[in-house]
Each structure stands twice: as C-alpha cells, then as structure tokens.
Write a protein that binds this ligand. Sequence first.
Ligand code: SF4
Length: 337
Amino acid sequence: MQAAYFRELENGRFRCDLCCRHCVIAPGEVGFCGVRAVTDDGFITLAFDRIAAAGVDPIEKKPLFHANPGARIFSFAITGCNLACPWCQNHQMSQWPHNHRTPFLPGEKLTPADLVAQAVTSGCRWIAATYTEPTVFFEYALEVARRARAAGLKNAWVTNGTIEAAPLAELLPLLDAANVDLKCYGDRAAEKILGIRSAHVGETIRAMIAAGVSTEVTTCLVPGFNDAPDHLGKIVNFMASLGPAGIWHVSRYHPMYQWDAPPTELASLASAVAAGRAAGIPFIYVGNARIDGGENTACPGCDALLVSRSGYTIGACRVTPAGACPDCGARIPGVWG
Ligand code: SF4
C-alpha cells in the first residue's frame, strides 16, 4: 500500500516524513523501522493489514488510569518500531522488521473493518494501538481510528511520541486518550542511545494535551540510562511544566533484551515519586512494582481518594462523569463519563 507522508528525492530515493528520524530511503531499501520501503511501486508501507497481536486488556495495563477506570480495551499491534531500545519488553514484536528487513511482515491478514468489528463484538468501549509503535503503522491505525469512532468506540494510542507534527495533526481529532513514553529528556547521552531529540516527544505531549486528548506519560526508570539525579530532574521539570494536566507513571525496569542492569531499586522509584511530588506534578503512579498506594488516584485539591487500585483490581471511581472531585470540585483530567 502507498505510504503517507514522504518527499520524493533525486535518484529514486524518498524521504519519509512520518517520524522524527526522516529516513532517506534508496530503491530496494527500507527505513530504520523496517516497515516503509521504496519498491517499483514507489514509497510503500509494509505494515498494512498484518496484525501481530489483538486481544482484550484491562485499560490500566496500557497504562491509562484516567480513562474510564476498570474498562476493558481492545488492543492491537503490527510489528515494527522506529526506536530500538536495548531494554524493550516487546522486542520480539517491535524489533522484528528492524532485525529481519524483509518485505513480508508476520501476522494475520485483517482489514481495519474486520479489526473494528472484532473490537465491537468483544464488548469493549475502547480500542488501542499499542504493544509496538503505532506511528510506523500509521495508515492502518488511522483507518482503524476512523472506523472505531464511527462505531462508537473511543480511541487510544500507546506511543513513543516521535510522530511528526503533520501526521499527528491528522490523528488528534480521532484520539480520546494516549500514553506517551517519555524515556529521557534533555540528556544528550540518552538521546544518542535512542537516536532521537527528546524535545520532540515533549512537543507531541503538549500538542496532545492542547487538542483535548487525555494524555498520560510513562517513564520507565532504567538504571544507567535515565536514573542519574540531574537527568531525572529534567524529566520531572518537564512533567511539572504540564501543570494540572501532568499525569506521570514511573515504572520499574526489569532486565530484558540487550540491557542487563539489575531491576530498578524500589528506593529509586520512591525517590522519583518524591521528586515529582516536590515539583508539583499532580498525578504520579508507580508501575511494575507494588508500593502502598502507588496506583491510587487522589484529588490534587483536597487529597481525597478518588480511585483505589491494586494491580488490575479497581475500586469504585469517585470522579464525576464531568471530571471533577465530588468533595472539592477540583478538575481531574481524563475521560470519566
Ligand atoms: S517511520 Fe520508519 S521509515 Fe519513516 S522516518 Fe520513521 S523510522 Fe524512518
């Protein structure tokens, strides 16, 4: 299928403008992600209709804590990612095209219409492009989002935030919620490992919030990558700069793929949470580790408990459908109705 967002260059080459990498791709080659290619048919995406995973998850697994707590969400993915994080928890799926570089992606052939029909049949009110990076299967995910919206479902993306501004602008009117990975911020060494400019991810987060998308941010605290106090301080400052919209998940890393540092110390997670609280981030959650009360939603105005969580066990949601604390009236960002 013809890919969107590119520029034709000389000598049969194309520049991809879908994500911040802007790969220049020669005939017969694929981009960094391994799913966008220059062939005799022009600039094409290999990631249309090959579903690598589809199923129902608790919405808290995304993690989305401010989107109808306790809801179930139909989740899907196509293989591929435009990053190659050495600690990727889903590397078999996300790195498959990058590592194999073949024109044929694995997965079940399923049209966007068929996928949305499955989501509707599942009884879910939400659908998420997740597990890998939706940006690299943008054309498919956009078509799913259009059809899902028409079918009465709410749309979510779990993304690394490296999508370019133009495709993001096309997506935003269809998006209800997102979780964006803020892996690093303002740290050159970390940016070099990922091959991105972290400010770009920050701009994506701000654009989502400005468009009214319920936007949560996750930082996996990876020893030796982003846990140095000065780097963590920059991440915290960025999150604090989001003001009342700041929803930050700090999650625990476990050794995986090519990164063998030991799991994040619980004390490091507690320090990150304390730094975030001191900076005024209104909503902070701990992921992949049980810290007492670390998954609960409390009102930033009066400290009332609004949603209690323990893993995927969710207590009653006290946030009003309009998104307010029932005790003090403070606004609670999210999708509650
Ligand atoms: S989407 Fe893929 S091909 Fe396009 S710029 Fe990003 S990594 Fe390169």
